[in-house]
Write a protein of this length. Structure first.
Length: 189
């Protein structure tokens, strides 16, 4: 294997030049966390009966952005914050087993999924690995439309039982502001 490149027949994706493994440092940090641990006894079910679906983007600290504390909400994250079958699976467990009744969707401006296409990215992966992914990348050009699509998927899922309190937002990564998205595409912010 060439240094700095992942396995794959084309080796077209260089790794970050400044990368160094973090796990040892993070595990060591855990001892500091354990020494001051105060979350023993938190209930399994979220205190606010809330589930949040958000993008995995590292610029978004969901707890800080919304003023949440540990134990307040379930946080489900993926690339784009889009509602996929696996997100629905997690929400169904959250609602049916742990009594969450409200869902907040948070996508954001300047998302990495805005700069790719499903077919183009799948082709890159196939060229590199020799196998085309069967799953959707869920790329999008407009985060507001993507939130609406995710709201629509939840609203039409037969498995999601609490649908009266589903709201969607776009987080502006430059200002920190949450902008609410109306589920009706005719009402554009």
């Amino acid at each position: 294997m060439d240094k700095g490149y992942p396995l794959g027949k084309n080796r077209a994706v260089p790794s970050a030049p400044d990368f160094s493994p973090n796990t040892d440092e993070l595990v060591a940090n855990n001892s500091l966390f354990v020494a001051d641990f105060r979350d023993a006894g938190l209930a399994l079910a979220p205190k606010r009966h809330l589930a949040i679906v958000a993008c995995m983007d590292s610029r978004m600290d969901i707890f800080q952005m919304l003023g949440l504390a540990h134990g307040d909400a379930h946080i489900i994250r993926n690339a784009g914050g889009v509602v996929t079958d696996d997100v629905i699976r997690s929400l169904v467990v959250s609602q049916r087993l742990l009594n969450t009744q409200e869902v907040i969707l948070i996508h954001h401006t300047n998302c990495g999924l805005q700069s790719i296409s499903d077919d183009g990215f799948k082709k890159q992966i196939e060229d590199d690995c020799g196998i085309r992914p069967s799953w959707a990348i869920e790329a999008f050009t407009d985060p507001y439309d993507s939130v609406r699509q995710s709201m629509n998927r939840l609203g039409h899922s037969p498995f999601v039982i609490f649908k009266d309190h589903i709201r969607g937002f776009v987080y502006d990564v430059e200002t920190g502001q949450l902008l609410e998205v109306d589920s009706d595409p005719r009402h554009v912010p």
